[in-house]
Design a protein around this ligand. Sequence first.
Ligand code: PLP
Length: 280
Amino acid sequence: MQRVVVDAAGRVVDPDVPLLHADDLGVLHGDGLFETMLVWDGRVCGTARHLRRLAWSAEPAGLPAVDVDHVARLVEIAAREWTSSAEGALRVVYTAGREGTAAPTLYVSISEVPERVEAARRDGVRAVSLPSAYRSGLAAQAPWLLAGVKSLSYASNVAALRHVQALGLDDAVFLSVDGTVLEGPRSSVVAVIGGALVTPRRDDGILPGTTQEAVFELAQQRGIASREESLHVNDLYDADEVWLLSSITLAARVRELDGRALNQTSVVGVAELARESAAS
Ligand code: PLP
């Protein structure tokens, strides 16, 4: 199983040699950002969108501005090293650096996409809705919550996925205190309602997904309507299609939500749109 690690200076380093210091704030506090991109057929998908989100996130996360061209070069170096025929998950990690310094830590790594991804693309997922502490308008009132920022503080998302696995399920959909649909722990929620693609409003405190954005742009070019709108969980139960979109899985159809079998009609080819947008 191949692994690639490229340090901030663009050196390809031994993935078995430790790279971080014990006092890196990314480790101590989850103080930092990350992006995950798919390496598919030898190319990195959606680099520009991911680097745009990373650069935007630095300010709310209190980190120094990102040198986007430099990070893009590291991504290229890492991708050139990826000779495996397997799909890769490329991570850009950008932390607040060592305690007491103002110098960020930056590196890029690639590892194989986990097996669950192919199964989710092929078979879809069984999901459950889970409460979160968010309510409408909170993101704007409480910028320290870093809603909408792809922060390294990801432990509660991972805990939600562990909870879901313990229930014998595959994934989750977070709901706000008001009962509106937010996002998955590692994906954006997109429903097909009345022939249109609908996703929750990004100012409701969700991460703006690069896959959802790319799919909506492509849909627009194809004349398929798309919009951001507050959704209630009942809207998902009744939708023609419900999908979890993300850079690595691309599109996983939600087969079952909260024990209810969802509609399996295909009105819009969401999986095809996601694959096409990744390939373009
Ligand atoms: N929302 C959350 C919380 C995520 O972690 C992710 C991806 O990891 C997404 C949405 C989807 O974002 P993207 O399509 O950029 O991968």
